[in-house]
Design a protein around this ligand. Structure first.
Ligand code: 13P
Length: 249
């Protein structure tokens, strides 16, 4: 049985005061839940404050990115050991916004995943096709390339995959449960070819892209959907709590 994982990706939102306020409001709404892993990924500047207020709770902390070296002359970058230092359990790697705006490639994503594993961080590894790629019928080829290149020469330790079709991010245009299931089942099959069936059966595959309280339960009914990576709808405590409590919706 795969434990569902629901993660909030706040992107470039919230100051330290807003982070604290969110956590104080959110924790009581989910504190009784033990059958779903809950993760929040605030911006770097809020990680230490979030760690302090999440301590002892059932909510884990993630960063949104990291650099592939552990230390050195890399102005502006943040390393795996630094994220461990502020008590991150996970780091998001390869988000499509990083690929699009910050020129990340399959190769840099691969180096970052390796660095995260070296530091003992869980990795939420994002993949997904653009609208053009879907319309050209290249979705599965793109997913296969992102998976094989991103995980090249790496073990599957600590990896969680997030399938985020780029056309569904921040657009209000969610993939249908069937579209998501088709991609997720293909991803699991690829993981099985890379690492064997046992690893594939145990690996969690999250869906991301316009997940909301009113579409999460239909998505979660799909057999290969093991959770969600939520952007916009994770910024308000009540909305994110409803998503985390999808079994009751
Ligand atoms: P939205 O939920 O705002 O579409 O963002 C999804 C996402 O990119 C999560 O990483």
């Amino acid at each position: 049985m795969r434990t569902p994982l629901i993660a909030a990706n706040w992107k470039m939102h919230k100051t330290t005061a807003q982070t604290r306020e969110f956590i104080m409001e959110f924790l009581p709404l989910v504190k009784d839940l033990s059958d779903v892993e809950i993760v929040i990924a605030p911006p770097f500047t809020s990680l230490a404050v979030a760690a302090k207020f999440l301590k002892g709770s059932n909510v884990k902390l993630a960063a949104q990115d990291l650099f592939w070296e552990d230390e050195g002359a890399y102005t502006g970058e943040i390393s795996g050991p630094m994220l461990k230092d502020v008590e991150c359990s996970y780091v998001i790697v390869g988000h499509s916004e990083r690929r699009q705006y910050f020129a990340e490639t399959d190769e840099t994503v691969n180096r970052k995943i390796g660095a995260a594993q070296r530091s003992g961080l869980g990795v939420i590894f994002c993949i997904g096709e653009t609208l053009q790629e879907r319309e050209d019928g290249r979705t599965l080829d793109v997913l296969k390339r992102q998976l094989t290149e991103g995980l090249r020469d790496l073990s599957p330790d600590g990896i969680v995959i997030a399938y985020e079709p780029v056309w569904a991010i921040g657009t209000g245009r969610t993939a249908t449960p069937e579209q998501a299931q088709e991609a997720h089942s293909f991803i699991r099959q690829q993981i099985s070819e890379m690492y064997g069936q046992g690893v594939a059966e145990g690996m969690r595959i999250l869906y991301g892209g316009s997940v909301k309280p009113d579409n999460i339960s239909a998505l979660m009914r799909m057999p290969d959907l093991d959770g969600a990576l939520v952007g916009g709808a994770s910024l308000k405590p009540d909305s994110f709590a409803k998503i985390v409590r999808y079994r009751e919706v």
